[in-house]
Design a binder for this molecule. Sequence first.
Ligand code: DLZ
Length: 184
Amino acid sequence: MTKRATKQAPQARPDGRGLRAAVVRARFNAEVVDGLASGAEAALTEMGVRHVVVVDVPGAFELPLAAKAAAASGRFDAIVALGALIRGDTDHYEYIARTAAAGLQRAALDTGVPVAFGVLTVTKARQALARSRPGPDNKGAEAARAAVAMALTLRTLRRPRQPQRSRRSTERSQSRHAGRRGKP
Ligand code: DLZ
Protein backbone atom coordinates (compact mmCIF):
# COMPACT_ATOMS: atom_id res chain seq x y z
CA MET A 1 0.00 0.00 0.00
CA THR A 2 1.44 3.42 -0.88
CA LYS A 3 1.62 5.92 1.94
CA ARG A 4 -0.35 9.13 1.25
CA ALA A 5 2.01 12.09 1.14
CA THR A 6 1.17 14.67 3.79
CA LYS A 7 0.80 18.30 2.80
CA GLN A 8 0.47 19.42 6.40
CA ALA A 9 3.33 21.41 7.88
CA PRO A 10 5.35 19.41 10.45
CA GLN A 11 4.07 21.37 13.45
CA ALA A 12 0.41 20.87 12.67
CA ARG A 13 -0.99 22.44 15.82
CA PRO A 14 1.33 24.99 17.39
CA ASP A 15 0.61 26.44 20.83
CA GLY A 16 -0.69 29.97 20.22
CA ARG A 17 -1.64 30.88 23.78
CA GLY A 18 -0.87 34.53 24.49
CA LEU A 19 -0.51 35.45 20.80
CA ARG A 20 -2.55 38.19 19.10
CA ALA A 21 -3.73 37.70 15.53
CA ALA A 22 -5.40 39.75 12.81
CA VAL A 23 -7.43 38.15 10.04
CA VAL A 24 -7.63 40.33 6.92
CA ARG A 25 -10.50 39.19 4.73
CA ALA A 26 -11.19 40.15 1.09
CA ARG A 27 -14.87 40.62 0.27
CA PHE A 28 -14.62 39.57 -3.39
CA ASN A 29 -15.95 35.99 -3.72
CA ALA A 30 -17.32 36.46 -0.22
CA GLU A 31 -18.92 33.02 0.07
CA VAL A 32 -15.55 31.36 -0.42
CA VAL A 33 -13.61 33.79 1.77
CA ASP A 34 -16.15 33.44 4.57
CA GLY A 35 -15.41 29.69 4.56
CA LEU A 36 -11.68 30.43 4.77
CA ALA A 37 -12.26 32.89 7.59
CA SER A 38 -14.37 30.41 9.58
CA GLY A 39 -11.61 27.82 9.17
CA ALA A 40 -8.94 30.33 10.22
CA GLU A 41 -10.87 31.49 13.28
CA ALA A 42 -11.61 27.92 14.37
CA ALA A 43 -7.94 26.98 13.98
CA LEU A 44 -6.83 30.04 15.98
CA THR A 45 -9.24 29.12 18.78
CA GLU A 46 -7.98 25.52 18.70
CA MET A 47 -4.38 26.77 19.06
CA GLY A 48 -5.35 28.92 22.04
CA VAL A 49 -5.17 32.33 20.31
CA ARG A 50 -7.80 34.36 22.12
CA HIS A 51 -7.05 37.83 20.80
CA VAL A 52 -8.34 37.85 17.20
CA VAL A 53 -9.37 40.93 15.20
CA VAL A 54 -11.08 40.50 11.81
CA VAL A 55 -10.97 43.31 9.23
CA ASP A 56 -12.31 43.49 5.67
CA VAL A 57 -10.92 44.84 2.40
CA PRO A 58 -12.68 44.96 -0.99
CA GLY A 59 -10.55 42.40 -2.87
CA ALA A 60 -7.30 40.44 -2.85
CA PHE A 61 -5.50 43.38 -4.45
CA GLU A 62 -6.10 45.39 -1.24
CA LEU A 63 -4.87 42.67 1.13
CA PRO A 64 -1.18 43.73 1.25
CA LEU A 65 -1.82 47.31 2.36
CA ALA A 66 -4.21 46.28 5.14
CA ALA A 67 -1.94 43.40 6.19
CA LYS A 68 1.02 45.76 6.36
CA ALA A 69 -0.94 48.31 8.40
CA ALA A 70 -1.96 45.58 10.85
CA ALA A 71 1.58 44.22 11.03
CA ALA A 72 3.12 47.67 11.54
CA SER A 73 0.63 48.62 14.26
CA GLY A 74 2.48 46.62 16.91
CA ARG A 75 -0.85 45.15 18.00
CA PHE A 76 -0.43 41.71 16.44
CA ASP A 77 2.02 38.80 16.47
CA ALA A 78 0.59 37.19 13.33
CA ILE A 79 -1.51 38.22 10.35
CA VAL A 80 -3.67 35.87 8.30
CA ALA A 81 -4.56 37.25 4.85
CA LEU A 82 -7.52 35.58 3.16
CA GLY A 83 -8.89 35.92 -0.35
CA ALA A 84 -10.12 33.97 -3.34
CA LEU A 85 -9.03 34.57 -6.90
CA ILE A 86 -10.99 32.66 -9.49
CA ARG A 87 -9.59 32.87 -13.00
CA GLY A 88 -11.92 34.67 -15.42
CA ASP A 89 -11.81 35.34 -19.15
CA THR A 90 -9.27 38.15 -18.88
CA ASP A 91 -5.75 38.28 -17.47
CA HIS A 92 -6.86 40.45 -14.52
CA TYR A 93 -6.43 37.38 -12.31
CA GLU A 94 -2.71 37.11 -13.09
CA TYR A 95 -2.01 40.69 -12.06
CA ILE A 96 -3.96 40.48 -8.82
CA ALA A 97 -2.52 37.07 -7.87
CA ARG A 98 1.09 38.16 -8.36
CA THR A 99 0.56 41.53 -6.70
CA ALA A 100 -1.20 40.01 -3.69
CA ALA A 101 1.46 37.33 -3.18
CA ALA A 102 4.39 39.72 -3.55
CA GLY A 103 2.70 42.43 -1.48
CA LEU A 104 1.90 40.10 1.41
CA GLN A 105 5.44 38.75 1.42
CA ARG A 106 6.74 42.32 1.45
CA ALA A 107 4.44 43.29 4.31
CA ALA A 108 5.98 40.48 6.36
CA LEU A 109 9.58 41.24 5.38
CA ASP A 110 9.20 44.99 5.93
CA THR A 111 7.61 44.66 9.37
CA GLY A 112 9.07 41.42 10.72
CA VAL A 113 5.56 40.19 11.54
CA PRO A 114 4.48 36.94 9.86
CA VAL A 115 1.78 37.33 7.22
CA ALA A 116 0.27 34.06 6.04
CA PHE A 117 -0.84 33.71 2.43
CA GLY A 118 -4.37 32.36 2.65
CA VAL A 119 -5.35 33.37 -0.86
CA LEU A 120 -6.83 30.76 -3.16
CA THR A 121 -5.80 30.98 -6.80
CA VAL A 122 -7.99 28.58 -8.72
CA THR A 123 -9.54 28.19 -12.15
CA LYS A 124 -12.97 26.92 -11.09
CA ALA A 125 -15.40 28.02 -8.38
CA ARG A 126 -15.84 24.39 -7.28
CA GLN A 127 -12.08 24.19 -6.51
CA ALA A 128 -12.42 27.27 -4.32
CA LEU A 129 -15.43 25.83 -2.50
CA ALA A 130 -13.61 22.52 -1.89
CA ARG A 131 -10.73 24.40 -0.23
CA SER A 132 -12.91 26.66 1.87
CA ARG A 133 -15.42 24.24 3.37
CA PRO A 134 -15.00 23.01 6.96
CA GLY A 135 -12.59 20.11 7.36
CA PRO A 136 -8.96 19.12 6.80
CA ASP A 137 -8.71 20.81 3.37
CA ASN A 138 -9.67 24.27 4.61
CA LYS A 139 -6.90 26.63 3.48
CA GLY A 140 -7.88 29.36 5.92
CA ALA A 141 -7.11 27.02 8.81
CA GLU A 142 -3.82 26.07 7.16
CA ALA A 143 -2.85 29.74 6.80
CA ALA A 144 -3.73 30.42 10.46
CA ARG A 145 -1.52 27.52 11.59
CA ALA A 146 1.35 28.78 9.42
CA ALA A 147 1.03 32.31 10.85
CA VAL A 148 1.10 31.05 14.44
CA ALA A 149 3.98 28.64 13.73
CA MET A 150 5.99 31.54 12.28
CA ALA A 151 5.18 33.83 15.21
CA LEU A 152 6.55 31.15 17.56
CA THR A 153 9.64 30.59 15.42
CA LEU A 154 10.39 34.31 15.37
CA ARG A 155 9.88 34.52 19.11
CA THR A 156 12.52 31.80 19.57
CA LEU A 157 14.93 33.48 17.16
CA ARG A 158 14.55 36.88 18.83
CA ARG A 159 14.79 35.65 22.41
CA PRO A 160 17.94 37.13 23.95
CA ARG A 161 20.66 34.51 24.44
CA GLN A 162 21.03 33.30 27.99
CA PRO A 163 24.48 34.36 29.26
CA GLN A 164 26.59 31.21 29.23
CA ARG A 165 29.21 30.61 31.88
CA SER A 166 32.61 30.15 30.26
CA ARG A 167 34.12 26.67 30.42
CA ARG A 168 37.09 27.96 32.39
CA SER A 169 34.92 29.56 35.11
CA THR A 170 32.85 26.35 35.32
CA GLU A 171 36.02 24.30 35.75
CA ARG A 172 37.37 26.78 38.33
CA SER A 173 34.20 26.57 40.40
CA GLN A 174 34.17 22.77 40.15
CA SER A 175 37.75 22.50 41.42
CA ARG A 176 36.95 24.96 44.24
CA HIS A 177 34.07 22.72 45.32
CA ALA A 178 36.27 19.64 45.06
CA GLY A 179 38.92 21.40 47.19
CA ARG A 180 36.38 22.30 49.83
CA ARG A 181 35.11 18.77 49.90
CA GLY A 182 38.67 17.48 50.43
CA LYS A 183 39.35 19.76 53.45
CA PRO A 184 37.77 19.19 56.84
C1 DLZ B 1 -11.42 43.03 -10.10
C2 DLZ B 1 -11.29 41.71 -9.43
C3 DLZ B 1 -11.42 40.53 -10.19
C4 DLZ B 1 -11.65 40.53 -11.66
N1 DLZ B 1 -11.33 39.32 -9.61
C5 DLZ B 1 -11.10 39.24 -8.27
C6 DLZ B 1 -11.01 37.98 -7.62
O1 DLZ B 1 -11.17 36.91 -8.23
N2 DLZ B 1 -10.75 37.98 -6.29
C7 DLZ B 1 -10.57 39.12 -5.56
O2 DLZ B 1 -10.32 39.04 -4.34
N3 DLZ B 1 -10.67 40.32 -6.15
C8 DLZ B 1 -10.94 40.43 -7.46
N4 DLZ B 1 -11.06 41.64 -8.07
C9 DLZ B 1 -11.03 42.86 -7.22
C10 DLZ B 1 -9.61 43.36 -6.93
O3 DLZ B 1 -8.96 42.54 -5.97
C11 DLZ B 1 -9.68 44.80 -6.37
O4 DLZ B 1 -10.53 44.84 -5.26
C12 DLZ B 1 -10.17 45.80 -7.41
O5 DLZ B 1 -9.39 45.72 -8.56
C13 DLZ B 1 -10.11 47.24 -6.86
O6 DLZ B 1 -8.77 47.61 -6.56
